[in-house]
Design a protein around this ligand. Structure first.
Ligand SMILES: Cc1ncc(COP(=O)(O)O)c(C=O)c1O
Length: 408
């Protein structure tokens, strides 16, 4: 069991235990979602917390949905469980165009309620109670909770602390006869690391040799900076039958609230994922699938624009953090839109620092311990917000640092 203090519990919330399943007692709402809840009671907060890009959903997507709602005979109805055939075809075509992947839209794709439902369905499909699931540390908080929900055992392997890079040797050390799967997300949340092809190939070889699955969380696949290329384990034919890809429309098309994503796997695995999807969701919301189809079929300039703007926001936040050295330090993100900021031990543990920043500086951050043991001693900042929000938040952070850490 992972020992962690939930942000709500740290702020005094008590949970009923009686009658609640062991599975559910063993998990927590991630601090990523708890911190904004706590912030509701702190007027005038600025958020560097949850990873919500500031962009509006592009107009052509909104327009396509409005047209659909007014005109389509099937408005307001369920779709087929795996999703609209046209959307699956467009998704397969995108995977072929952008990645060179051959995926059968009839049998290998299921449209889900965001990447989140896809991840949960994939983990519930593979993991039996007591099975071990390898997770990098630090790691996206919800992967940990999903493994616990399946009554699996999260087994953490450290990313290299000097650059947050993937260390296949550290992963190899944690493989056991109970290892069932690895959940890997890159560009990585919460560190912004992008893993190179050679390290990923080593990991693929370990999966093949030891026979464990890899669940690839591809939520930020479009978002690398400085022209860095992106390599996905899905493109390796030798491990194809061991890999489940989980995709998201949330960040790529500024569609976080539409809740639409996709799972891609060989049909013999996807048939089982579909059973979980049916039990949990029936299908992804129909208007959101129409939005996703418009996103795939429409102009793609918005994706390059988001990447460009987010790279300049990364630079903006990093140059402000540079001014706060040596009190704070960080590793420059290469992708996604998060940076893990290391705080000095005198400031307290990561939950204490995040709660102090919330109440004393009125800045929402996410405590590093929410991302597993490797996140302790850090807070995660998201730079998805507007330039004005980022400047205001960084002003407040800098003042707080000077007042509270300046003499240490
Ligand atoms: C790594 C990672 N996976 C999955 C998700 C959830 O994506 P979606 O909105 O598609 O459910 C997020 C959201 O922030 C994320 O950062």
């Amino acid at each position: 069991m992972v020992l962690k203090r939930s942000a709500l519990e740290a702020a005094g919330k008590r949970y009923r235990e009686e009658g609640i399943s062991r599975r559910v007692r063993g998990i927590a709402v991630s601090a990523i979602k708890e911190m904004p809840l706590l912030a509701q009671n702190v007027p005038g907060c600025v958020s560097l917390g949850q990873g919500i890009p500031s962009f509006r959903t592009p107009e052509h997507i909104v327009e396509a949905v409005c047209r659909h709602l007014r005109e389509a005979s099937w408005t307001g109805k369920y779709t087929l469980g795996p999703g609209l055939p046209a959307l699956r075809q467009a998704f397969a075509a995108m995977l072929h165009r952008e990645r060179g992947l051959h995926v059968d839209p009839e049998t290998d794709i299921c449209i889900t309620v965001g990447a989140m439902e896809g991840l949960c369905a994939a983990i519930l499909t593979l993991v039996d109670p007591g099975d071990e699931v390898l997770l990098p540390s630090p790691n996206y908080a919800s992967h940990i909770e999903q493994v616990l929900l399946a009554e699996g055992r999260p087994v953490f392997f450290p990313l290299k602390p000097e650059d947050w890079q993937l260390d296949p040797a550290a992963l190899r050390e944690k493989i056991s006869s109970r290892t069932k799967a690895l959940v890997l997300c890159h560009p990585h949340n919460p560190t912004g690391a992008v893993f190179p092809e050679n390290a990923l190939r080593e990991v693929a070889e370990l999966a093949r040799k030891h026979g464990f699955f890899i669940i690839c969380d591809e939520t930020y696949d479009f978002l690398t900076y400085d022209g860095l290329s992106y390599f996905s384990l899905l493109s390796l034919p030798e491990v194809r039958r061991w890999v489940i890809g989980v995709f998201s429309f949330s960040k790529k098309y500024a569609m976080t609230g539409w809740r639409v994503g996709a799972v891609v796997a060989d049909r013999d695995i996807l048939d089982h994922v579909m059973k979980v999807h049916d039990a949990a969701a029936i299908c992804a919301p129909t208007p959101s699938q129409v939005a996703a189809l418009a996103a795939l079929e429409g102009p793609q300039e918005c994706v390059a624009h988001f990447r460009h703007v987010l790279q300049s926001r990364r630079d903006r936040v990093c140059s402000r953090l540079d001014r706060m050295a040596p009190h704070l330090s960080y590793i420059r993100p290469q992708g996604a839109y998060y940076v893990m900021v290391k705080t000095p031990p005198q400031a307290g543990d990561s939950m204490t620092v995040a709660l102090r920043l919330l109440h004393e500086a009125r800045v929402i951050t996410i405590p590093g311990n929410a991302f597993g043991p490797g996140g302790e001693g850090h807070v995660r900042l998201s730079f998805g917000g507007t330039e004005e929000e980022l400047d205001e938040a960084m002003d407040r952070l800098e003042r707080w640092v000077l007042q509270n850490l300046g003499t240490q």
